[in-house]
Design a protein around this ligand. Sequence first.
Ligand code: AMP
Ligand code: MN
Ligand code: MN
Ligand code: MN
Length: 282
Amino acid sequence: MIKYDLHSHTTFSDGRLTVPQLLERATEKGVDVLAITDHDTTAAIQPAKAYIEQNNLALELIPGVEISTRWESFEIHIVGLAVDPQAEQLSELLASQQAKREARAKEIGVRLAKRGYEGVYEQAKELAGDAEITRAHFAAALVERGVAKNIQGVFKKFLARNKTGYVPSSWCDMATAINAIKAAGGISVVAHPARYQMSNKWLRKLLQEFAEIGGQGMEVAQPQQAPSERQFLGQLSREFGLLASQGSDFHYPMPWLELGKNLYLPKDCQGVWQFWEENEEC
Ligand code: AMP
Ligand code: MN
Ligand code: MN
Ligand code: MN
């Protein structure tokens, strides 16, 4: 059985492992096919390809990206898989998303300063280095200050939707992301559909609209989910004619979350890899 892990992050966004560390770890964990899907950037792809080649790793890399979009009042993440990272429309979209990340980060800094936490923007930038800045960097900065015990605690207090430090961003809409991914030769996949805190009615509406505007896949399997959730998502993928993906959304090692761990699709789901495996044959 081929082990696919089609959602992971590096230090080019909010992952904690560098490209070489991530690739070595994936290989150790027996992953055969790995997608790197950093937030709004494909900067990891070229160095990853080079590292695999230089070190002769037995790992197939799927070039990917995770794009933040706005749909209704939700922030929906769309994973693009098997994209050409050089494609013009995608590069332009990602540049615009990156500018939005930067503007939002400054605004988060302003809001936190009003709450008495000065200089968090500068601290988060320092932590991010060359990476695309994310709320996870702010969370890490506030953990360093002892504001909460861990990242999750900071999100709960300050960064989750409707909390003081939450700044709604003007991310692109779903169609823009889908079209750019398509123009880059890739397939669009709804990331972690069970994590949007929406009712099943809204989730169905989301998947229906996503499929109507050209989206082709959705994530079904994640390492830490309940078996019933996996079954349900599998059923939705069939209902809406979407290919099924699986990925750890790995950011750093955690006891319950690891590269390639506990990833398999329910019966009768069509794996998203059909998309590129069919293309390879012709
Ligand atoms: P952003 O894309 O900048 O809005 O940042 C979102 C990132 O923060 C996600 O990709 C996760 O890595 C992380 N994140 C979001 N919510 C939580 C949470 N409740 N606990 C821990 N990390 C979170
Ligand atoms: Mn993240
Ligand atoms: Mn996500
Ligand atoms: Mn992710």
